[in-house]
Ligand binder design. Sequence first.
Ligand SMILES: Nc1ncnc2c1ncn2[C@@H]1O[C@H](COP(=O)(O)OP(=O)(O)OP(=O)(O)O)[C@@H](O)[C@H]1O
Ligand SMILES: [Mg+2]
Length: 455
Amino acid sequence: MNRSECVCVVDDDISVREAIVAAVRAEGWDASGFSSAKDFLSHPARQNAACLVLDVDLPDISGLALQSQLQAADDRLPIIFVTGFGDIPMSVRAIKAGAVDFLTKPFDAGELIDAIRRAFGIKAMLAQGEGQNAEGSSAFDGIIGASAPLQHVLGHIKRVAPTDTTVLIQGETGTGKERLARAVHALSARRNGPFIRVNCASIPGPLLESELMGHEKGAFTGALARRVGRFELADGGTIFLDEIGEMALELQPKLLRLLQEKEFERVGGSRTIRADVRVVAATNRDLRKMAEERTFREDLYYRLSAFPITVPPLRHRREDIEALMHHFAATCAARVGKRIEAIAPESVHRMGRYDWPGNIRELQNVVERAVILAQGPTLDVPAPGEPASSIVEDSPPLSQGLADVSRAHILRVLDETNWVIAGPNGAAARLAMNRSTLNFRMKKLGIVRPPRGER
Ligand SMILES: Nc1ncnc2c1ncn2[C@@H]1O[C@H](COP(=O)(O)OP(=O)(O)OP(=O)(O)O)[C@@H](O)[C@H]1O
Ligand SMILES: [Mg+2]
């Protein structure tokens, strides 16, 4: 994205719109909000749009109608749809019509930012001429790292991708599991079919079944219309079961049957539905251990781990750190319109010594923050934990929607780290914040540590 471009957000709900705009700006990108498709179409900022975050359900012209209108005009702006829980049939159409992603409310800021990054990637690819990504190693474009451990993993991915084998990607948080899951899809014969991600951790347990398999009208209170599930949506493509370790035990036998038989019934329905779907799952938990401890079904574990891949943590491939720093500095500088010519050697050494509990995502955050704060052409990257995160305190008050998403994210990390804040494996390090910033944020968001028994 170059300097004059911006992310355009069309949503009639002002709180959602403002939360999205704020999250995009917090990333250092330009953003404009519009309350309707008409507003967007008639506004001059439209010419500078680099990507569109679009609510499906809009008052005058619907999101889908806007999408077809843009297509008719041969405007290939990448579109990320935002949908409510009941909108799956619409997202099927949106994806078939070429939307690059869709997010189901409520989503967190991280998911949104990742989707926007992918949209930028797609836009750049279109600009370079299509087709290049259709085969071969270009599916690994943007995956940085020449270290032996990473190359070993990429070799496995290349081999397993063209088969229909179920792949289980394990690795610590931020190691690139989702990135690699997408590469599996892109290197398979299903690459032109849908890639459907399901975050098993963010969909409430009771909703997950109908989310995966769909439901018939009247299946339960509130099921006002039939809904197509994600498995059906992924027909002909790949379903990515992210955070599979968080899936409720009661649901696991159903998933097992689905994987074995490739068929299922919608909740409240009797007709058996078949879907031709390739499964890729990911988790940062130790599923084998969970299976031994009976917190994850053993039979499902074996089924999922037909082809297990373990992504090495960044501290086991330190030789990749420097290349990653250059990559993130260059892409971020281009996005925010800054000139970065070099990275201070001392910064590279400093980064090489750090342990990176948050892995590549943490490194990316640290480098991008440094680029945003940079005053000259030589980038100095402060060690994580040093007070570079003052921008967090200085930023304008969080709008409620954004406060909610960051609250959920912080709570999740606190939970994962057992409420340990300091230290290399603590929550502050994982969030790439210093300790006092995290304490400040927690206070501001009303997060208090629960008594030991309730954790
Ligand atoms: N090898 C790589 N080269 C460049 N960027 C990478 C690489 N691996 C991961 N990234 C980037 O790092 C970020 C985190 O990656 P990703 O979301 O795939 O991690 P994850 O393992 O799924 O994390 P989590 O466990 O937190 O869900 C993304 O922005 C991704 O594009
Ligand atoms: Mg992930």
